[in-house]
Design a protein around this ligand. Sequence first.
Ligand code: ZN
Ligand code: ZN
Length: 153
Amino acid sequence: MATLSVKLLEELVTCNICLNQYDEGIRKPKFLQCSHTICLECFQAIRNRYTIACPFCRTSTSNGHIYEIEWILPTNQYALDILRLMRTALKVEEDNQFIAALAMRYCREMEEALDEESVLDQEQEQEQVTAKTDSCDTSNSETFDQELKYWNL
Ligand SMILES: [Zn+2]
Ligand SMILES: [Zn+2]
């Protein structure tokens, strides 16, 4: 169902002559008088001086045979809106993937940090043990010194 909708949307934003997606520039979607839409580039390629025969239904669209004025067909804004909508949806999907990736990295970093912390705990414990050992040694040596002093006396 979802795949079908995307396919339908893609058809609505694709020129059926050159099979390129419409855009805001040279591939602007243009309505013919029969309501079929082709891109501006294809329009320029297949138009005659005053008329164009629709490539889908052969209906003739004309500019009223006025050669002097530039022939401007109405733009199919719906196609452009759908295009923008699709790009936004795609961006949201990319953003979600980015957030998911960030969350994954955060979790991994947290795990690593926790591992480091436990290593650090061990190191601290070892330091404390070493400190204790040192103090023991010191007190022992002091006691030993005192004992020596005692015996020397
Ligand atoms: Zn085209
Ligand atoms: Zn047509």
